[in-house]
Design a protein around this ligand. Structure first.
Ligand code: ATP
Ligand code: MG
Length: 462
């Protein structure tokens, strides 16, 4: 993309309404514009990041064997009356009447709709296990929307639902989700720690929230710092293998990590003092096993292998896709702007032309652009008639991880400058070497992560 032809409405002033860095930077970098309280338009660069995150979520869900679909945002109140949640949900639910006076609502979540789909089409244990998910806008009329997209009223969420024949099979689905979520966040360059959370009135131990440590987080968390050393890396996981998934879950749930709701000081105090940590965290996902809570009242039953009719065991699993954009910035920024991890950056590499209109510099920039594109990378070329300082400030603000600077002086000796946004270090090299280096850095991110994806339409979304 040429910046002169793009729509990147960066702001010079720091918006006064933004209290935290990610909100400030998203506004300043022209990623979002507030439409009304807690509701945002996603401007082109914000939209791109949102789609990159969504892409990773899809790839990892499909890799784990979960099936994508799409349910509507508007739902009928009748289904929610069946589950008993229409009255329980309270003020957070946006209730609407259609022209015929029918009660509708803008879905805050989809357990009822998915259970209705399941009961209409599935009747036998032979059709299980089944995990369906979608990525769709949700609406919760939050009393205090704030921090930009972090606590919106309208927000984008991946929510998935597993249907299993019994408790053990459903626990495997739970474990599978935990492992796939770990991989999802890792690919985004994010450390999200699974923490035992409060399962509310349902009881049991089977819910974990994934938290990104940040001073601006809304949750108070307590953990053993040993958990920070764990990584999944590029282990090949067989998602059908119950023991393998359970072992990974054990690995991540052995070090103490809890939100304040389930915090137990007596256990916490046994952690060696140097490893005992408490801080704030941003919830970027949650997994939940809830048994037959919805299947029983809503009649989602199947015939088991003994011919008996039994309610299915279910769980639901959410990732805050739009919140992640903010959380990623909270975890990756400095005083000059955003620093995107390679996995989610809106453009792979910036190209800064220091002397727009100079035939040689223009040609070198065009050559770099073409060479990067041929490697499957998306450059953002700042071809505006602007001072070098202004171009650098824009690049720093929008946070592309790599920048190639091209000027007449360097070109005389055949070099351009490759700069790393995170460390600020620059290196001179030939244009060819710069392209090769950038392509090598991105290789783990641009390779198809899941073979069938390479052939599917998902891969061409962005
Ligand atoms: P919170 O405790 O932050 O209100 P929640 O526990 O009610 O969130 P879930 O129902 O678990 O939310 O939704 C799954 C994910 O959706 C959350 O982990 C979070 O990342 C995201 N999410 C929830 N509410 C919002 C919101 N108002 N704005 C943006 N993202 C949200
Ligand atoms: Mg939650």
């Amino acid at each position: 993309m040429r910046l002169s032809r793009y729509f990147l409405p960066v702001l010079k002033e720091t918006p006064s309404e933004a209290q935290i860095a990610s909100h400030r930077l998203m506004l300043r970098a022209g990623m979002i514009k507030q439409a009304s309280a807690g509701i945002y338009s996603w401007l082109p660069m914000g939209f791109k990041v949102l789609k990159r995150i969504e892409q990773i979520v899809h790839e990892e869900q499909i890799r784990a064997g979960h099936i994508p679909m799409l349910m509507p945002t508007l739902q009928s109140a009748d289904l929610w009356r069946e589950s008993g949640r229409y009255d329980d949900y309270g003020e957070e639910m946006l209730r609407i009447k259609d022209r015929h006076g029918r009660d509708m609502l803008y879905g805050p979540t989809n357990e009822e709709l998915i259970t209705d789909i399941f009961r209409a089409h599935v009747g036998s244990y032979k059709d299980l296990p089944l995990t369906l998910y979608h990525i769709q806008w949700k609406f919760r009329d939050e009393i205090r929307p704030r921090f930009g997209v972090m606590r919106g009223r309208e927000f984008y969420m991946k929510d998935g639902y597993n249907f299993d024949i019994d408790h053990d099979a459903a626990i495997h689905a739970y474990n599978r989700h935990m492992v796939s979520y770990l991989r999802t966040y890792e690919r985004m360059g994010l450390k999200a720690i699974p923490m035992r959370a409060d399962s509310g009135p349902i009881g049991g131990e089977d819910t974990h929230e994934f938290l990104v440590l940040a001073d601006t987080g809304e949750s108070e968390v307590f953990y053993d710092s040993a958990i920070l050393d764990l990584t999944l890396g590029d282990r090949a996981v067989n998602y059908d293998d119950r023991a393998e998934c359970a072992a990974i879950v054990r690995e991540w749930t052995t070090p103490y990590a809890r939100t304040d709701e389930t915090h137990d000081a007596a256990i916490y105090d046994q952690i060696p003092e140097a490893r005992r940590k408490s801080s704030r965290g941003i919830e970027v996902g949650q997994i939940f096993y809830f048994g037959t809570k919805y299947s029983e009242p809503m009649g989602a039953v199947v015939t088991n292998d003994k011919g008996e009719r039994v309610p299915v065991h279910m769980g639901s699993h959410g990732i805050g896709v739009s919140r992640l954009v903010g959380a990623l910035i909270e975890a990756n920024h400095d005083e000059n702007g955003i620093i995107w991890p390679e996995g989610v950056t809106p453009f792979h590499c910036g190209i800064v032309n220091l002397k727009q209109g100079d035939a040689e510099v223009d040609a070198a920039c065009a050559g770099l652009y073409k060479a990067l594109a041929e490697k499957g990378l998306e450059p953002l070329y700042d071809d505006r008639e602007e001072r070098a300082g202004a171009k650098f400030a824009t690049m720093d603000l929008i946070g592309l991880p790599w920048r190639i600077t091209v000027g007449p002086r360097g070109l005389k000796s055949g070099v351009v400058e490759l700069t790393c946004r995170r460390t600020g270090t620059s290196e001179e090299m030939s244009p060819e070497a710069a392209v090769a280096r950038v392509a090598e850095i991105y290789a783990p991110h641009t390779a198809p992560h899941w073979e069938p994806m390479a052939k599917s339409s998902f891969h061409t979304w962005l």
